[in-house]
Design a protein around this ligand. Structure first.
Ligand code: ADP
Ligand code: MG
Length: 919
């Protein structure tokens, strides 16, 4: 300390310092101290002066000595009367200090301060010293005890005026740099600071308080009022710096050249028409907002923000279809493998009827979709007796195999009398149909036309075939019911005959066709027309042939034969409609090659491996929270600034969006789909497990499914596997004979996939899982979730988990089991969950419990860190700062004016801080 204050005797001669003076330039500061400060992250005068106090002690008046516990911590000053060290339980050491009030009278109780295993404290405290002690007392015997209090030895030296008789700042300290040392040091630096050279960060219109004054008052306030005034100024400065970097990003984005990624909406409308439910108003509104962005020739940066289960996936897919229809690729990125795979399945399922290729790229797996059977649960198709016959030979003959006898009561659910079916079937990888092969297929289709079915449209593509047919009546049964040619037989004939013929011509062998998938039946004329158009547009829409070129393997009534000359009129009209009045990217590159996926689903692997986007138009990033800003930037670098849509399922209080996602436009899904079953949430003691199990069983027995979530106790691989195995065994026994499956992070991706598939198909009844099921998993039939040791999870995480149920029409139940040891704060969490399922309310509560730091982590938000301000509590200041920053950029986007030059350094400073935090 003495070394530190050598020049204090001659104040006139103090060497002046500025905010950017490195601490190593301060000759009066011993090198050892300089190194300590540097290790603590304080390298310049500016850094030191923005190491703000975490609290203050009013040392003009101390609290009275406590007699028991108090609601708030106390700050007292007293004299050390006695110290003692005791060994307890062998190695443990307990250090007691008895403190007495200075003007002690007979009745004032002594205060006991106690430390465990704190050698350094023993060395510092001796009898007769005066101590300032801060902490929360608990009752003990006749008086009170404070365990591990913050303390400071008061020395009556020349520095007393810094440490006593004032509002004293307490700074966050570290080993060797106690609050007292830091305080003295900051005092010394302030003594030497040139106020005139401390530039304001904010425009005077926002707050005219001089920054230097604010820096002085925040550390050594004259009063609480001046401290508040200083605080306001500094918080505004901090918020302003943050909003300047946001405004700069926005300005930069707005100026970036981008492409129009919005095509026609035929695909999207087809998707919507095929859904068994209407979209919510919020979904439609968000889609329109996104569509407007896609249609602008600058990159979209939009956040789609909605509670669990609000239907973000469909909004995202709609956006992707708009981009795909404009001839671009779309990518969907998920934070985890399991979620990527889930998305892949969902999209594959929804996109197959649209004839789109979806591919999966994760670090572990890469797969491109063959079209998926539309109805996975469809009854297996029985092989047809008699097998394949040469259609030419069979022409006119009644089929030898009897058609399925459809009496109305016994129809397989996928076949309906009088139905018109859209059917498609793919070749097996890697087989593709040559022109000659396509001729064979189209011939076969035409051969049975009007014999077994009415043909509306057919199109033979290089790797798949589309048909729109209505089976004819084969005969009328004795009871008067019509017997139709069965689809099974129709398909079998076409497929096996063509496979045989094609293998013969190409000399290949083996399976040519995959199982067909079919759209149950067209429900309306509009539906029929859409399918008709879709099938006949397919070669052009998928880019197999160019606009204006011919494709002879398309057939429609009136096209005459397979060598069609003219396109169907309805189709031509359709194309015209699509092109007129829509903005298409002027230099739209050639459409995707036939093998390229339209939609790519993946994890980070998409970013780091040459994922092979040839024309990435739209990137959707799911669950932004686990995805840093840097990844977002990286994605943007991949192509010509694709449009970016970020989805997050963690509801963010509105007051925070302008900070956390300040550089994004925001669409909010604030409406849940109507068909949602209610979720009842109940927290119960772990001892109630048997009752919970009983409850669970009654639901499993009537066909529902359940998730059982257990917290991951240990991160290490071995222990995790062991814990999982233990849990699994326990639950298998509890739920026998129901089939349980185990899902945790260490299970190989393929196996995980299989487990999820079985659960989705209802082959297993209960999934015993870690939080790997936290996001995205979607099984409507699962209506019960039991969470063990629920108090160990975060509030937001519990809400996410609970979002896995309540997805179907069944009433759902979330049982939160709490262990007997759970603390009050944890129980409060569970109470909030019991009371509400509104994600926004939960997010607010969560913020209050955790503080915004967690959500506002720098690496996540890409913003300079906040040291003083609380964007939640001080949101009014945030709004003021935001307005000022945005106004600045509106007037001078380049900050070119001389008077705005200083904001450029504010910006640079913010970026530096941010990067240092990320790395
Ligand atoms: P999240 O917003 O959590 O990502 P999802 O997109 O996974 O939600 O949707 C949850 C479930 O709700 C899915 O099964 C989806 O098919 C269904 N869904 C989406 N939109 C609607 C709607 N408008 N009406 C009914 N169900 C819907
Ligand atoms: Mg989702």
């Amino acid at each position: 300390m003495d070394l530190l204050c050598q020049c204090r005797a001659v104040p006139g001669l103090l060497a002046r310092v500025h905010l950017d003076t490195p601490l190593t330039d301060l000759e009066w500061l011993p090198p050892q101290r300089q190194r300590q400060l540097e290790r603590f992250g304080l390298a310049t005068v500016g850094a030191l002066l923005t190491h703000f106090p975490k609290r203050y002690e009013d040392r003009t008046r101390f609290d009275r000595f406590p007699t028991g516990d108090t609601a708030e911590p106390v700050c007292v000053c007293g004299i050390v009367k006695k110290t003692s060290v005791r060994r307890i339980r062998g190695y443990q050491k307990m250090f007691d200090v008895v403190l007495e009030e200075e003007a002690a009278h007979a009745l004032s109780p002594p205060l006991l301060c106690r430390w465990f295993n704190a050698h350094w404290v023993e060395k510092m405290i001796v009898n007769g010293q005066r101590l300032v002690v801060y902490g929360k007392p608990k009752p003990s015997g006749s008086g009170a005890v404070i365990a591990h209090p913050e303390f400071e030895v008061v020395e009556d030296d020349a520095e007393a005026s810094i440490h006593l008789q004032r509002l004293v700042p307490i700074h966050r300290a570290t080993e060797g740099l106690s609050p007292r040392v830091l305080r003295a040091l900051i005092w010394e630096v302030l003594e030497r600071l040139c106020d005139d050279e401390v530039e304001a960060i904010i425009p005077a219109t926002l707050d005219a308080t001089p920054r230097a004054w604010a820096l002085r008052q925040i550390h050594f306030p004259d009063s609480w009022e001046t401290r508040d005034k200083a605080l306001r100024h500094l918080v505004l400065s901090e918020f302003f710096a943050m909003q300047v970097s946001i405004a700069a990003k926005r300005t930069e984005q707005a100026a970036q050249p981008g492409a129009v990624h919005c095509g026609g909406d035929t695909l999207m409308r087809r998707l919507h028409a095929a859904l068994p439910f209407p979209l919510t108003g919020a979904q439609l509104r968000s889609i329109e907002e996104i569509r407007a962005d896609l249609a602008l020739p600058r990159p979209m940066n939009r956040l789609l923000h909605g509670d669990v289960g609000s239907g973000k996936t469909l909004v995202a897919l709609s956006a992707m279809l708009l981009a795909v229809e404009a001839g671009y690729q779309a990518a969907l990125m998920a934070p985890t493998q399991i979620l990527a795979e889930q998305h892949y399945l969902t999209l594959r399922h929804l996109c197959a009827p649209l004839g789109l290729r979806v591919a999966l790229r994760t670090a572990a797996r890469s797969e491109q979709s063959e079209a998926l059977p539309l109805f996975e649960n469809a009854a297996p198709q029985a092989p047809v007796p008699g097998g394949a016959r040469d259609p030419r030979a069979a022409a006119g003959d009644p089929p030898t195999a009897p058609g399925a006898r459809y009496s109305r009561g016994r129809l397989p659910h996928f076949e309906h009398p009088w139905a018109i079916y859209a059917i498609a079937f793919n070749t097996t990888e890697p087989r593709r149909l040559t022109a000659a092969a396509r001729d064979i297929v189209l011939d076969a289709i035409l051969h049975w036309k009007d014999l077994r079915y009415e043909l509306f449209a057919a199109c033979v593509m290089p790797d798949h075939v589309h048909l729109l047919i209505q089976p004819l009546i084969q005969e009328t049964a004795g009871d008067g019911s019509a017997v139709f040619f069965s689809l099974t037989e129709i398909m079998h004939s076409i497929k096996s005959w063509t496979a045989h013929e094609i293998n013969k011509t190409t000399g290949e062998s083996g399976t040519l066709w995959q199982k067909e998938w079919f759209d149950r039946f067209t429900r309306s004329d509009r539906d029929l027309e859409e399918k008709y158009r879709y099938i006949l547009e397919n070669p052009w829409a998928s880019g197999v042939v160019k606009e204006g070129e011919d494709y002879r393997w398309c057939w429609w009534p009136g096209s005459g034969d397979s060598s069609a000359a003219a396109r169907p009129p309805v189709f031509a009209a359709g194309r015209r409609e699509q092109h007129s009045g829509r903005v298409l990217h002027p230099d739209a590159a050639p459409p995707l090659a036939d093998s390229e996926p339209h939609i790519l689903v993946g994890t980070h692997a998409l970013l780091y491996e040459g994922a092979g986007f040839s024309r990435l138009g739209l990137a959707v990033i799911d669950e932004q929270h686990k995805f840093g800003v840097l990844q977002r930037a990286r994605l943007r670098d991949q192509g010509v600034a694709p449009d970016v849509l970020v989805m997050t399922a963690t509801p963010i209080p509105r007051t925070l969006t302008m900070t956390l996602y300040g550089d994004l436009d925001v669409s909010v899904l604030d409406e849940l789909p109507k068909n949602r079953g209610k979720i009842v949430t109940a927290a119960r003691d772990a001892a109630k497990l048997p009752e919970a199990v009983k409850f669970l069983r009654t639901h499993l027995e009537v066909g529902r499914q359940a998730y059982i979530v257990y917290p991951l106790i240990d991160e290490s691989e071995k222990l995790e596997a062991k814990a999982a195995a233990g849990e699994f065994k326990k639950w298998q026994e509890l739920l026998a004979p129901m089939k349980c499956e185990l899902l945790h992070g260490r299970i190989a991706p393929d196996e995980k996939d299989a487990i999820m598939d079985r659960f989705r198909r209802g082959e297993s009844q209960a999934l015993i899982a870690t939080t790997v099921i936290e996001v995205g998993i979607d099984v409507p039939n699962a209506n019960i979730m039991l969470i063990e040791n629920a108090e160990r999870f975060g509030l937001a995480q519990l809400h996410q988990l609970r979002g896995r149920i309540g997805r179907g029409e069944h009433k759902s139940y979330c049982i939160l089991l709490r262990s007997a040891k759970a603390e009050d704060a944890a129980l409060e969490k569970l109470r909030i969950l019991e009371a509400t399922s509104d994600g926004f309310k939960i997010a607010e509560a969560d913020l209050q419990i955790r503080g915004p730091g967690d959500i506002l982590g720098t690496a996540q938000s890409g913003l300079p860190p906040l040291k003083l301000g609380d964007p939640l509590a001080d949101h009014e200041l945030m709004r003021l700062a935001r307005n000022a920053a945005f106004l600045l950029f509106e007037r001078d986007p380049q900050l070119a004016a001389p008077e705005n030059a200083r904001y450029r350094s504010v910006l640079a400073e913010g970026r530096k801080l941010m990067l240092s935090q990320i790395s």
